[in-house]
Design a protein around this ligand. Sequence first.
Ligand code: ADP
Ligand code: MG
Length: 283
Amino acid sequence: MGLFKKRKEDRSSGEGFAAAASAEGPDPRALIHAIDIVKIYEMGDVKVHALRGVTLKVTRGEMVAIMGPSGSGKSTMMDILGCLAKPTSGTYYLDGDNIEKVSDNRLAEIRNKKIGFVFQSFNLLPRMSALHNVELPLIYAGVPKRERRRRAIEALEAVGLGDRLHHKSNELSGGQIQRVAIARALVTRPAIIFADEPTGNLDSRTSEEIMQLFEELHRQGNTILLVTHEPDIAAHCQRIIRLRDGKIESDEWIKEMSPLAKEVHGERPLSPPPGWGQADDDD
Ligand SMILES: Nc1ncnc2c1ncn2[C@@H]1O[C@H](COP(=O)(O)OP(=O)(O)O)[C@@H](O)[C@H]1O
Ligand SMILES: [Mg+2]
């Protein structure tokens, strides 16, 4: 009874649905199954409600853009879905694992093997070569040296940097550095790649190249969740989720759904891409 009361306070909507969904357990067809995720940051006496009950499913092979104004909860949502942070309440299943319930060891394994992260600010070690930066997650995963090297080279070749293996960050352009970061996210062959404003520090031409790369990775079967506030970037994705004040405001498909996505989300009419009919269409 006490528990029910506490849960109720945290929730702004949809208790009935969320309770039913969590009682049912994870949807085995969904890679990501988040139910009524709430995140409250406490800063002294002040509480910031960053997420106010986010429920969503993402199936394998989707390419999703998370959009929304600054402060709407995009990064908080990515951090929770990427298992970098825990929600205040709600249930999160990643590939069938209830993230709240798994052991610390299992969580470390999930982070290392199932998740690849690409940040806006690259987060590479500046004095190390591209090759070494990409090898790092494999060192943590305990992959033997020879195998590690082979896979790191393969990942760098996949992002078009086969000829820059031994360059350090300060010897590479912004776009090349972001490619190294993407290779590093890919090298563990994760189930999902999370990218928080991956083109935020790049000029528009380089951004376009990086998005072509993400699209190619998507075509190869990777699942990608990407935060952006730029309509041009979001237009490369299949599905656009908009956040506002910590809630999902809209969830639209702009490109064809896979059969699995249709099964899980129901078949949806396609929406026009963001920014459609607004900018520079003089034809
Ligand atoms: N570590 C934190 N401590 C306190 N408040 C935070 C923290 N991180 C984010 N917030 C607040 O939570 C809200 C959502 O932030 P964030 O998820 O970063 O939004 P976005 O990525 O959409 O800009 C904002 O009001 C922000 O100020
Ligand atoms: Mg952010």
